[in-house]
Design a protein around this ligand. Structure first.
Ligand code: FES
Length: 149
């Protein structure tokens, strides 16, 4: 983590002990070293927690990764960027993914080295890499729609 935004944090991050216990739950539903997003969403619903909390737990509390290959991969910082709205972006992406399964994959990361422009996302596609920092729900929607159409 290099720098922080000059703005004050706008969100709470999930505490480490909670992430650790969610990490253990994820290990129970993992297949090899991967977790299916659909299984994670089901687990989150069962536990009454946002899916974004479990997605953040993947890079922060496990050696697992989210399964899924797609023409477009969205790398989302789930580290300190949580304090600037990264979890909201993840929940938005899960909703969008549910409507358009297969169109893109989500890859939560501990840091994308753009901490001063949190929340940070990178979109990898055949067209190259697009950095969105700070990312918003609207900028993610626009990027996904243009890249995957
Ligand atoms: S904490 Fe470094 S980019 Fe999010």
């Amino acid at each position: 983590m290099s720098k922080l935004p000059t703005r004050s944090p706008t969100h709470e991050e999930v505490e480490i002990p909670r992430l650790a216990s969610m990490g253990l739950e994820l290990e129970d539903i993992a297949e090899g070293d991967e977790v299916q997003l659909s299984a994670l969403v089901e687990l989150a619903e069962d536990r009454g927690r946002p899916a974004s909390h479990y997605i953040a737990a993947i890079p922060l509390a496990t050696e697992l990764k989210l399964a899924g290959k797609a023409p477009v991969t969205l790398k989302v910082c789930a580290g300190n960027c949580q304090r600037y709205g990264a979890l909201d972006l993840l929940d938005h992406l899960v909703e969008k993914w549910t409507d358009a399964a297969g169109k893109f994959a989500i890859a939560p990361m501990t840091c994308l080295d753009r901490c001063d422009q949190a929340p940070a996302c990178e979109i990898d596609s055949a067209d190259g890499k697009l950095v969105l920092a700070p990312a918003t729900k609207a900028s993610l929607d626009e990027a996904i729609d243009s890249l995957s159409s």
